[in-house]
Ligand binder design. Structure first.
Ligand SMILES: [Zn+2]
Length: 196
């Protein structure tokens, strides 16, 4: 069973990596470095084409991604409000849920513009999480000083936060953006098929 590649008979039949059928090497193609028979190559080409993203799925992919992003943002904000600790690593969850939302919204389509859609949604999720945490702090401070109890989306709260948004950002936010975008883009990424 000592069959090194260098000792292989170049004219011996080769097994297809997909269906296992053995064919003469001249009847084989290569996909992603694996030998495939010609019928399987046709299937592969058809599947690759079928999984290409049609623009019709983009709106639902965006909606799905935003739902996932806001879900992740509320988990992050909820934990920060409940524990008074802002756990930035939850950015990965925001990104991941954005990616899952995009994938579900795109009804199984992968690749194309979908990783970028997921990345954009995850950024919306991060901003939403930041806003949620800031709104909690602002409304709590106003109430503690004997002011009215304001809603998180009260125009006064929105104004205070948007005017001070820059001061809410720290150096670690760059890391959370990288983690979130990376996690988001991985989920709806397409598979690359290199046919030779
Ligand atoms: Zn095959």
């Amino acid at each position: 069973m000592d069959e090194g590649i260098s000792e292989r008979d170049p004219f011996a039949d080769v097994a297809c990596a997909l269906c296992g059928a053995t064919q003469a090497p001249t009847q084989m193609a290569t996909a992603n470095g694996h030998p495939v028979c010609l019928p399987c190559l046709d299937d592969l080409k058809r599947e690759t084409k079928a999984s290409q993203v049609s623009s019709a799925v983009i709106p639902t992919a965006v909606v799905g991604g935003l739902i996932g992003a806001l879900l992740g943002a509320s988990v992050w904000g909820g934990i920060a409000i409940a524990t008074d600790v802002e756990i930035g690593y939850i950015a990965v969850l925001v990104g991941f849920l954005s990616g899952v939302g995009v994938k579900l919204g795109a009804r199984g389509a992968l690749g194309g513009p979908l990783p970028m859609v997921a990345a954009a949604c995850s950024l919306v999720g991060l901003v939403a999480a930041k806003y949620l945490i800031a709104a909690h702090i602002v409304t709590k401070a106003v109430a503690e000083q004997g002011g009215p109890s304001l809603g998180y989306l009260d125009s006064q709260v929105v104004t205070i936060i948007t005017e001070n948004f820059g001061s809410l950002l720290g150096i670690f936010d760059i890391l959370w953006v990288v983690l979130a975008v990376g996690a988001a883009m991985r989920v709806p990424a397409g598979q690359h098929v290199n046919v030779q």
